[in-house]
Write a protein that binds this ligand. Sequence first.
Ligand code: HEC
Length: 295
Amino acid sequence: MQRTMLRIGLLLGLACLFLSAAGSASAGGWAVITLTHLPDYAVAGQPAGFEFVIRQHGRTPWVSDMVLVKAIRVGSSDALTGKAESVSGTPGTYRVQITFPAAGLWRWSVSSGLYPDFQPMPDLTVVAAAASTAGAPLPNRAALLSGAAGLAGALLFAVLLILRRSRARQAAALSLVCLALGLAGFSLAADPGQPAQSTAAIPAYTPAPLSQAALGERLFIAKGCIVCHSKTASGLPVNVSLDMGPNLTKVDKDAQYLKYWLADPSELKPETTMPKLGLSGEEIQALIAFLKAGN
Ligand code: HEC
């Protein structure tokens, strides 16, 4: 009798342990956060906008008024938080504007209130706004070209006329040259050209080109694949995946299959729980390069 009681107690204890472990992921559930557009970089002192979609259990649009973003600057104590607002008319879609105060590498993450507490996003390079180079407006290049082409054509015509050596024609030729010069000048004067770029809008910064696989790795984080899949790769944050999906360290499927799979998993497997994440063709190409890179 005592033995049976002991066994039942042990079993109950084990069951409790198991349930409490599972509970952390299922109490409020979990969610996948998918960044709509992965930015190359942001500019210090200027608002940067981010849009993302939150799917509870990878499926249901998650509606909440406590969606938070936090960011820290790597190697410093700089930190900031922001509150995302839901985009009206599209439940589960959120936008947030953050102004990074300083240039550097910023590590940021988003909280939906569900598991994971804060879903990591790919590190963001923030660059300093370029020094002011405002100057006189430059004439529009197209206007310059068309003016020059018109002038050249008229001159050629005039030369041909002069070669015919008739007085009347020479006079006509001269007036043609004058007309052409006048027109060219007019087209330049009339077109104010583009104002010199306000340097605040376009900093003198070109992000270093990323390989497709490196871009794919960033997308693997940004799109929320990391919440459901593990993969051995140096740049991925650890301890995020719930392992709902298979480990993707080795992927046997060919690129063509993966292209269709990532575009819409349920097209290939109607009963699958992997969501359609609204990926663009370019995002899919980069993701495939990353998935295949480990093979
Ligand atoms: C909500 C969880 C979830 C998310 C998010 C998710 N997946 Fe999956 N994925 C799954 C599951 C579950 C499977 C297993 C599919 C099945 O057999 O039904 C799977 C399967 C796969 C496969 C294997 C396909 C095959 O048939 O061999 C690949 C590759 C894959 N996912 C890549 C990705 C990528 C890349 C992303 C991000 C863009 C992603 N997944 C996001 C759950 C997820």
